[in-house]
Design a protein around this ligand. Structure first.
Ligand code: SF4
Ligand code: SF4
Ligand code: SF4
Length: 260
């Protein structure tokens, strides 16, 4: 663990920079939109709202017992003075009492963001990022046995599972391949930290950068959350039916299609 003095020094540096005039804060404002790769602490608002709400006080940095969090400096392509972490240096260890969130005075980190419906807050609901596996550099995909990331994951068997596949080279052995489940991955980055290859083959990216969106018109009837989407689809269907009826009515009328 690096010293708490370093964290305080960073906070002091940020405060000095913040106090040094409008020019620097101009940079802050313009760099706010330029931090698409920054991984924020648990409970953070979505990034543009986060950089607006964060008052760069560094209290989350001081509260973190693992020195995971750092404050962005001028040279970094992240909004100056805002907290972020780099899993390859120090991941988030998912403290069950989430001291970083509790320390935040501005609402940039919110307990609500790690809470699901009426259940108590749970750090496992944090979504700091999403782990992505680079198959070409993960040795498990080449048939070498490795389950280091799988075993290190605090949500082993949920956020990462091992999928068994036939080894096409030997024809008789099985490969056990790590596969990430975005429903459970917190983005803590412990898997990235422990990955044994030269440059981690599993790494964390911001959720928005690595996820798509199916759209309300595709419905998995077996999924509870899709009930809402079915309702939306029915509304859409009704309005489409009405549109078709009014189109037929129009075509059967004597109205000109294009007015001269
Ligand atoms: S949950 Fe714990 S380890 Fe993770 S950033 Fe917050 S204080 Fe640090
Ligand atoms: S405690 Fe909150 S306001 Fe202060 S630096 Fe951390 S996220 Fe920003
Ligand atoms: S980031 Fe890695 S270790 Fe953390 S929950 Fe996701 S898969 Fe598991």
């Amino acid at each position: 663990m690096s010293s708490r003095r370093d964290a305080l020094r960073k906070i002091f540096n940020s405060a000095m920079i913040a106090g040094s005039g409008g020019l620097v804060w101009g940079t802050v404002a313009s760099s706010a939109a330029k931090s698409p790769l920054a991984l924020r602490p648990p409970g953070a608002l979505v990034d543009d709202k986060f950089v607006q709400a964060c008052i760069k006080c560094g209290k989350c940095v001081v509260a973190c017992p693992y020195d995971t969090l750092m404050l962005a400096e001028v040279t970094e392509d992240k909004c100056l003075g805002t907290p972020f972490f780099e899993p390859r240096k120090i991941p988030c260890y998912l403290c069950t009492n989430y001291p970083c969130i509790k320390a935040c005075p501005s609402g940039a980190l919110l307990i609500d963001n790690i809470q699901q419906e009426s259940e108590p807050a749970n750090i496992e609901n944090a979504r700091m990022g999403l782990a992505v596996v680079h198959k070409e550099s993960c040795i498990a995909f080449s048939g070498i046995q490795c389950d280091v990331c799988y075993r290190a994951c605090p949500l082993m068997g949920k956020a990462i599972v091992l999928v068994k596949e036939k080894n096409e080279f030997t024809g008789k052995h099985a490969n056990l391949k790590p596969v990430v489940n975005s429903d459970y991955c917190t983005g803590c980055g412990i898997c990235e930290k422990v990955c044994i290859v030269e440059k981690a083959a599993i790494f964390i990216l911001p959720v928005d950068l690595v996820t798509g969106k199916t759209g309300d018109h595709y419905v998995n009837s077996w999924e509870k959350n899709d009930e809402k989407r079915i309702e939306n689809r029915e509304t859409l269907q009704r309005s489409t039916d009405e549109d078709v009826e009014s189109a037929i009515e129009y075509l059967n009328s004597d109205n000109e299609l294009f007015e001269e």
